[in-house]
Design a protein around this ligand. Structure first.
Ligand SMILES: *Cc1c(COP(=O)(O)O)cnc(C)c1O
Length: 374
């Protein structure tokens, strides 16, 4: 884990507040800010759709965590992704993993393809598929590594190298890896996206999204403008909850990861398990690339149950410490049969169960899975 982020997180943007001396970040609910009738606004804020002091503190922390020039936050990860696609023009071509997060695939199919984007869904864990998919109008590669929920690994340095030659922008959904384990901007990506709902929030009590940019270029200005005029901004309280969550982000991740490794190893030895999908296992096809681009392997573990969809659902019905629920990255362990929520056109296998491994006592997690599999 990159050391510098421990201190950034522990402070989470709080320098003692100059007006009161408050050590933690104040929460500014105000939707509007005083400014003189001459039109300039010396304190930097005018209206909270455009900017808010609590949000600005959060954005500054996120930019530091991902080593970017600037960051901007949204009311959800999906709203953040949507702003990137809106910054393109009808007729532009986008390449994305065929197994990317289901909600973003649905957004492209149901909203942006009818709007005029040309989209290719392909397996980016095999880089040769990228070169085959590039067209003269390709403007953006949107990628995710590890992918949700199949945990395929994309060789980010290779994808970025190919795109740089062709002047194609690269945006990386870094929700699963988190800035603690993977920094796509340091590898040359243009934009990083997060569903802050997940590990950065960390307590399953807020919905949020973020974009962090390597450079404040023309496309970034467009994205910021889209955010202002479209208005999918987070509430100040959600920004404050995120700042609070980020303070304990590093020790949470450490515990998540150590539990996930033990769970993945336990599942690997189980007769009712066909295969464990976790990049930390040497048997994972993306293990070597993951080792190269991530400082550790994360805390999402998917596994294929031997048998049918019904066999997988039976196991899901038996867990007691894990909760059957969607989402991930909270302190509590969650389990989900993804195919059921993603729908019939999802590429997720019917016998796949996804675990978001929490920070409980690891033995209680393993005992729970043991009884569910027995
Ligand atoms: C949850 C998730 C999203 C969507 O974020 P929301 O905050 O739910 O809108 C995008 N990508 C990944 C990988 C996710 O897990």
């Amino acid at each position: 884990m990159t050391e510098h982020i421990k201190t950034i997180c522990a402070h989470a943007g709080a320098t003692p507040d100059p007006s009161t001396g408050a050590v933690t970040s104040p929460l500014y609910f105000s939707s509007t800010f005083h400014y003189p009738p001459t039109g300039e606004y010396p304190q930097g804020h005018i209206y909270s759709r455009e900017s808010n002091p609590t949000r600005a503190t959060l954005e500054n922390v996120l930019a530091q965590l991902e080593q970017g020039e600037d960051a901007t936050t949204f009311s959800s990860g999906s709203a953040a992704a949507s702003a990137v696609f809106l910054s393109l023009r009808p007729g532009d071509h986008v390449i994305i993993n065929f197994d990317a997060y289901a909600g973003i695939r649905a957004m492209l199919k149901d909203v942006f393809m009818p709007w005029g984007l040309d989209v290719t869904f392909t397996d980016l864990s095999d880089v040769s598929n990228l070169s085959k998919s590039i067209q003269p109008n390709t403007k953006l590669v949107w990628t995710e590594s590890p992918t949700n929920p199949q945990l395929r690994i994309v060789d980010l340095a290779s994808v970025i190298g190919i795109c740089k030659q062709k002047r194609i922008k690269v945006a990386v959904d870094n929700t699963f890896a988190t800035p603690a384990l993977q920094n796509p901007l340091a590898l040359g990506a243009d934009i990083v996206m997060h569903s802050t709902t997940k590990y950065l929030g960390g307590h399953s009590d807020l919905t949020g999204g973020a974009l962090i940019t390597a450079k404040k270029d023309e496309q970034w200005e467009r994205i910021r403008h889209i955010q202002h005029i479209q208005g999918a901004v987070p509430a100040p309280f959600d920004c404050w909850l995120l700042l609070r969550g980020i303070r304990s982000f590093v020790p949470r991740m450490t515990q998540h990861i150590s539990n996930a490794k033990a769970v993945a190893e336990f599942l690997s030895g189980q007769p009712k398990v066909e295969r464990v999908l976790y990049p930390g296992l040497v048997s994972h096809p993306g293990h070597e690339i993951a080792k190269k681009q991530m400082s550790d392997f994360g805390a999402i573990v998917s596994f294929l149950v031997k048998g049918s969809k019904e066999d997988a659902i039976k196991i899901a019905q038996r867990v007691k410490v894990f909760t059957n629920a969607t989402s991930l990255g909270g302190t509590e362990s969650l389990l989900e049969h993804r195919k059921s929520v993603e729908g019939p056109d999802s590429p997720t296998p019917e016998n796949l169960l996804r675990l978001s491994v929490g920070i409980e006592d690891v033995n209680s997690l393993i005992e729970d899975l043991k009884q569910a599999l027995s």
